[in-house]
Design a protein around this ligand. Structure first.
Ligand SMILES: [Zn+2]
Length: 186
């Protein structure tokens, strides 16, 4: 399993904490010296420390935040309970989180069509089934498009490339209405 990004945690060390508490910085550096994992940010910070010396404030803050999701790091931070923001009961929250949530969406178009050059039809957008879906565990958003005749398209928002379906407010030139969509919609 890969190490979760420190962004997954609601409690954060701040630059100010690092500046005001030198012992926190020492603790972060001590943690790095003994770190044997492969989380990229931490291995980078470890090399920085070994090659260039003391860590900049922002990097120290990042290390401290990573330490809070690492068993060894947590152990080393035990003495700083007072200084650090309280850890929320994430484990419980996590288990109760749904796998996904369809966000309320308002669709401004009636038609949807494939951008493929060989495509000949335009479909009716199924407003009820089409959705923007949010995955709370990964923070990802997914566009899910349905026409009246079939599921059309699923795509995570961060994926690059040209969209393979577009919206339209009318049957575009050179295409005809999908007969199956017409039958289902009537
Ligand atoms: Zn259709």
């Amino acid at each position: 399993m890969s190490q979760p990004a420190s962004d997954d945690y609601g409690y954060r060390c701040t630059d100010r904490m690092v500046r005001e508490r030198h012992s926190l910085k020492r603790c972060a550096e001590e943690f790095l010296r003994s770190y044997g994992g492969d989380f990229e940010f931490l291995t980078g910070a470890k090399s920085f420390l070994e090659i260039r010396g003391p860590l900049p404030v922002a990097m120290t803050r990042g290390v401290l935040n990573c330490m809070r999701s690492d068993p060894q790091g947590q152990h080393m931070l035990k003495g700083f309970r007072e200084e650090l923001p309280p850890r929320p009961r994430l484990e419980v929250v996590e288990r109760r989180r749904p796998a996904w949530i369809n966000l309320p969406s308002e669709w401004h178009y009636d038609f949807v069509y494939s951008t493929a050059k060989t495509a000949q039809v335009v479909h009716y957008l199924d407003r009820k089934r089409s959705a923007v879906r949010w995955y709370p565990h990964t923070g990802q958003f997914e566009l899910r498009l349905f026409s009246h005749c079939k599921p059309l398209y699923k795509r995570l928002y961060h994926e690059a490339g040209e969209p393979s379906y577009l919206f339209a407010s009318h049957v575009i030139e050179g295409r005809r209405m999908c007969p199956l969509c017409m039958r289902r919609a009537s």
